[in-house]
Design a binder for this molecule. Structure first.
Ligand code: HEC
Length: 127
């Protein structure tokens, strides 16, 4: 019984900080979103993170990492340029692929939205 109690206490004290360490960002967020954000924060944050003193107003007009969905204000064209601007970074192939997948996903989510927005009542077209 004693050793059982000890093990329980040990598990309880250890598992809370361990879980926190494994999930630094909001649980439930797309892991792709999290890993690309980390890359962008590291390589682009100096100008595109409004929380930093080095941020450039012109850069923040394009996107600002203070915004949770930092891609929201960007046009499809600008989203594609993110791939271009990360091309020369010293990243692993996996990281380059993550950025491309992420941007593709954002673009396809949008075209889905636009489609629905433009034709909310498809039947109306046939009148
Ligand atoms: C040294 C500061 C700086 C860094 C670092 C930086 N940017 Fe920018 N970025 C700017 C500025 C300033 C603008 C607006 C003027 C322009 O288009 O160059 C901009 C514009 C952009 C645009 C819009 C381009 C267009 O033609 O519409 C994209 C996309 C972009 N940045 C992505 C990135 C990405 C991705 C990174 C990291 C890999 C990054 N930037 C790093 C300063 C920076």
């Amino acid at each position: 019984m004693h050793s059982y109690t000890f093990a329980t206490v040990f598990l309880l004290t250890c598992s809370a900080p361990c879980l926190v360490a494994a999930e630094p960002v909001h649980p439930g967020v797309d892991p792709l979103e999290t890993s690309v954000r980390q890359l962008v924060e590291k390589h682009c944050g100096s100008c595109h993170d409004g929380a930093l003193g080095t941020a450039k107003p012109a850069a923040l007009r394009i996107f600002d990492l203070r915004e949770e969905i930092w891609t929201a204000r960007m046009s499809e064209d600008q989203l594609k340029k993110v791939i271009g601007r990360t091309q020369n970074l010293q990243l692993t192939e996996d990281q380059h692929r993550e950025i491309e997948d992420f941007i593709q996903k954002k673009i396809s989510q949008r075209s889905g939205r636009r489609h629905r927005a433009q034709s909310p009542h498809p039947a109306a077209l046939h009148r």
